[in-house]
Design a protein around this ligand. Structure first.
Ligand SMILES: C[S@@+](CC[C@H](N)C(=O)[O-])C[C@H]1O[C@@H](n2cnc3c(N)ncnc32)[C@H](O)[C@@H]1O
Length: 272
């Protein structure tokens, strides 16, 4: 049986907000100005809404909605970021499941950062999303491409070990959670879009004790923390084993702990 959706902890997620916002800024730098004014923009899997505000900063007259299916994330987004924007536009947040969301009106931009890896079969949604764009509109997204990195491989290996597999089988996503850059390019161009696809490996220099563990506690480890949520001792035991493995894989250096993180980006323009 597939695992239940993970519960999110916005405060833990935001502990590395600076590093996590960088790919969104890099994605946004390649997105052209929308064809419509004021623009209609959707941010799929907006999380706590902090990066959604970058959309309002760039297009202050736009009507922007961030969608997410986590109550915890949306609660923070509503309180911290919802409301009128500086140029007379508006930023709102709404509950929606990206697996089924379709634009209810023509959109200038549909954007998604660090979310589609949580949405199995997301490429099958692209046709609906492109159809919901205005001519000249853009579909843009970024997904992590690090499922074979030690941070994720060690987590999967531990979850599959004899001690844990009874409780954690099928809990974690695998490398097929995202496509290769080539496959995204093929899919988007086959929908008639002009696509710009690339990858980058960031070398985050993290500070503090066990910083890679602290990072994944906000994202990749959520399914394990959720699955063991009712068993605090088991949860602590898993985290202790995983922490030891991470310390070996990511030794601290004199200036911090280098944490390589590959990400895949796509910006697809619908013909005008
Ligand atoms: C890693 S966070 C990214 C948040 C934000 N986009 C950012 O860049 O900081 C992933 C978000 O995707 C949301 N998410 C995952 N699956 C989803 C789904 N099927 N529908 C809507 N949101 C989803 C999670 O609740 C979470 O807030």
């Amino acid at each position: 049986m597939p695992a239940a959706a993970p519960t999110w902890d916005p405060a833990q997620y935001l502990r590395h907000a600076g590093h996590r916002a960088r790919p969104f800024a890099d994605l946004l730098a390649r997105v052209p100005d929308p064809p419509g004014a004021p623009a209609r923009v959707a941010d799929l899997g907006c999380g706590p809404g902090n990066v959604t505000t970058l959309l309002a900063a760039r297009w202050p007259t736009a009507r922007i909605t961030g969608y997410d299916n986590s109550t915890e994330m949306l609660d923070m987004a509503h309180v911290e970021h919802e409301g009128p924007t500086s140029g007379g536009g508006r930023l709102d947040f709404s509950h929606a499941d990206v697996r089924t969301w379709t634009p209810g009106e023509p959109h200038d931009l549909i954007i998604s950062n660090a979310t589609l890896q949580w949405v199995p079969g997301h490429v099958e949604r692209f046709a609906d999303w492109v159809a919901g764009l205005k001519p000249g509109g853009t579909l843009a997204f970024q997904v992590p491409g690090n499922f074979d990195a030690p941070s994720h491989r060690l987590m999967r290996e531990l979850a599959a070990s004899p001690r844990w597999r009874g409780r954690l089988a099928d809990t974690l996503r695998h490398a097929d959670a995202v496509l290769t850059p080539e496959a995204y390019l093929e899919r988007l161009t086959s929908l008639g879009c002009a696509a710009d696809v690339w990858e980058t490996t960031y070398l985050h220099l993290l500070q503090g004790e066990d910083p890679v563990l602290d990072w994944v506690k906000g994202t990749g480890l959520r399914p394990v923390l959720t699955a063991l949520g009712d068993e605090p001792e088991a949860r602590e035991a898993f985290v202790a084993e995983y922490r030891a493995a991470l310390r070996e894989a990511y030794p601290a250096g004199p200036h911090g702990t280098p944490f390589p993180f590959r990400r895949v980006f796509a910006v697809a323009g619908k013909p005008g």
